[in-house]
Write a protein that binds this ligand. Structure first.
Ligand code: PHB
Length: 385
């Protein structure tokens, strides 16, 4: 198998295939250091951790990750906690930054299982994906051109990667939606000011306080569409976070720290159907983009890797193609479930330019807080399913 991209999806697939004794090569355009330090998501679901554990990939995660079973919504200066673990079988989230997941996956794949990764490759090309003998060609970091003939190609090279773009026009359907919202995403060397993820609704827009480690925290601010990072000097970021996260009649305080990253995130959803074409199988962001709301992206990528590894292993052992044929359908069921939930949350926690819609969102949140069945829906989708 040729795997393009050494992110959570590609590396998990590589590990599972090595475990099953199936030869594979991973191509990655970045260096090992680059992918091991690039900050991204930070939340793993119970199910994803269970899968990593079953395959011996969760050793450090289980020791170091914090487990979270409750989150907090703030609205009109009041805090409301939702104890989603109690509402859903005791299942929790694990707070473990994506770059730590990647470090562990690389260590297992390369250092312990002797897996092959080509770092710093360029000009990756796919050949014969509509045949049973596809191939990958690429230029290595030392300038040599190389070719891999394989049975399958896994496209795990992200939204802008070459693999999805190699599918002929019209062969797959693409569903795209811009949610009309943007976030300023901020990473700071600041200890968390909370033990739970905080979602705050404020007349000026959403603010979030998310968790990474005892020394680093992630914050989000809803900003107007087409806003730029230049409009957000550090002092403005902190004053806006203080204002939107404020609690009435409380001595809660936000601790500041050095801001190390600021980015504008487009709230976009994108799904490719089906997730395969010929002998090319797409995984993770190459096949589907989801908004960060609900923290589903990395979890979906790991699920794709698990389903594809199972399918390829079954085919390799017995020639049975059932899993390969149902790969896209099985993954897309979870993808669309997550898209629907993320959209439900996006609507609930943001201020819309249309005041009527903002009030509907607030009504949704009030119902979540007041109604056991709404809280049950939230819990099942947030930490599961
Ligand atoms: C995050 O940790 O970045 C995060 C957590 C929960 C969300 C969104 C983002 O809903």
């Amino acid at each position: 198998m040729g795997i393009v991209g050494a992110g959570p999806a590609g590396l998990t697939l590589g590990n599972l295939l090595r475990e099953a004794g199936i030869p594979c090569v991973v191509l990655e355009k970045g260096t090992r250091e680059y992918i091991e330090t690039r900050p991204r998501a930070g939340v793993l679901e119970h199910r994803a951790v269970q899968m990593l554990t079953e395959h011996g990939l969760a050793d450090r995660l289980l020791q170091e990750a914090d487990r979270h079973g409750a989150c907090e919504f703030r609205v009109n200066g009041e805090a409301y906690e939702v104890d989603y673990a109690t509402l859903y079988d005791g299942q929790t989230h694990y707070i473990y930054p994506q770059q730590e997941v990647v470090q562990d996956l690389v260590r297992h794949y390369v250092d312990e299982r002797g897996g092959d990764v080509r770092w710093g490759v360029t000009d990756v090309q796919l050949h014969g994906i509509e045949s049973s003998e596809p191939a990958l060609t690429w230029t290595n970091a030392d300038g040599t051109r190389e070719r891999l003939d394989c049975s399958f190609i896994a496209g795990a090279d992200g939204f802008h990667g070459v693999t999805r773009q190699s599918i002929p026009a019209g062969a797959v359907q693409e569903f795209s939606h811009q949610h009309g919202i943007e976030w300023l995403s901020v990473l700071a060397e600041a200890p968390p000011s909370t033990h739970k993820v905080i979602y705050a609704l404020h007349p000026d827009g959403f603010a979030g306080h998310m968790l990474r480690s005892s020394t680093v925290s992630r914050y989000y601010l809803q900003v107007p569409v087409d806003d730029t990072v230049d409009n957000w000097p550090d002092e403005r970021v902190w004053s806006e976070l203080h204002k939107r996260l404020a609690l009435r009649d409380s001595d809660w305080k936000l601790t500041e720290g050095r801001i190390v990253e600021k980015r504008i995130l487009d709230m976009r959803s994108h799904v490719v159907e089906p997730m395969n074409h010929g002998t090319l199988y797409l995984l993770g962001d190459a096949a589907h983009i989801i908004t960060p709301v609900g923290a589903k992206g990395m979890n979906l990528a790991l699920h794709d890797a698990e389903v594809l590894a199972d399918a390829v292993t079954r085919y390799h052992r017995t020639g049975d193609e059932t899993g390969l044929r149902s790969y896209s359908e099985v993954c897309l069921r979870r993808v669309w479930r997550a898209q629907e939930f993320s959209q439900w949350m996006v609507f609930m926690i943001h201020r819309s330019p249309e005041p009527f819609l903002s009030r509907l969102g607030q009504a949704r949140l009030e119902h979540l807080i007041a109604s056991g069945s709404s809280a049950g829906y939230f819990a099942q989708n947030y930490v599961g399913p």
